[in-house]
Design a protein around this ligand. Sequence first.
Ligand code: HEC
Length: 159
Amino acid sequence: MQQVTRILLLLILALVYTGCGNGEERESAPARDEAPELTQFELEHGIGPVTERLDIGDINVERARRGAEVFDLRCTACHRMGRRFVGPPLGEITEARSHEFIINFILNPEEMTNRHPVGQALLQEYMTIMPYQNVSKEQAIEIVDFLRYYAETGEDLRD
Ligand code: HEC
C-alpha cells in the first residue's frame, strides 16, 4: 500500500514537473506554435503579397523623400514617430521588423491583423484595424526608406 502511495506521489510530481517545463517552453518557443498554419517566412516577414526576401538596397534619399510625401498623406492620421497614437509609433520600426514585414503590413493590413500573431497582438492593444491605404508596392518601399532614414538620422523628411 505504502509503495502504491509512493508511486502515485512520484507520478504526480512527474506530471507537475513536465507541466511546468511545458509552460516555460511555450513562452520562449518561436511563434510558430501559435500560428502553425503560417510558413516560417510569413512568421518572420509577414503575410504576402511579398513572399520572398526583397533586396531594396541602401537608403536612397530621393526614394525616402517620396516616401515622406506618401506617409504624410496616408499614415500621419494614425501614426507618430516617437509615441503611440491611433496605431503604434513607427520611428524605430525598421530596427524591429524586416522590410518585407513592414511592406506586407502596409499592403495587406487585414490579413496581418487577422492571421499574423504580431498583428493580432497589436490589434488587441490598439483596438483599431489598420485599413488598407491604397498604397502601391513601390510606394511601400519608398515609405520603408523614409522610415529607415528617420531611424538612422533622426531627421523627419516631412519637415
Ligand atoms: C486609420 C488608422 C491607420 C492608418 C491610416 C495607418 N495605420 Fe498603420 N496601424 C494602425 C493600427 C491601429 C495598427 C496596429 C495594428 C492593427 O490594429 O491593425 C497599425 C500597425 C502598423 C504597422 C505594424 C507595426 C508593428 O509594430 O509591426 C505598420 C508597419 C504600420 N501600421 C504602418 C503604416 C503605414 C506606413 C501607413 C500609411 C501607409 C499606415 N500604417 C496607416 C492604424 C493605422
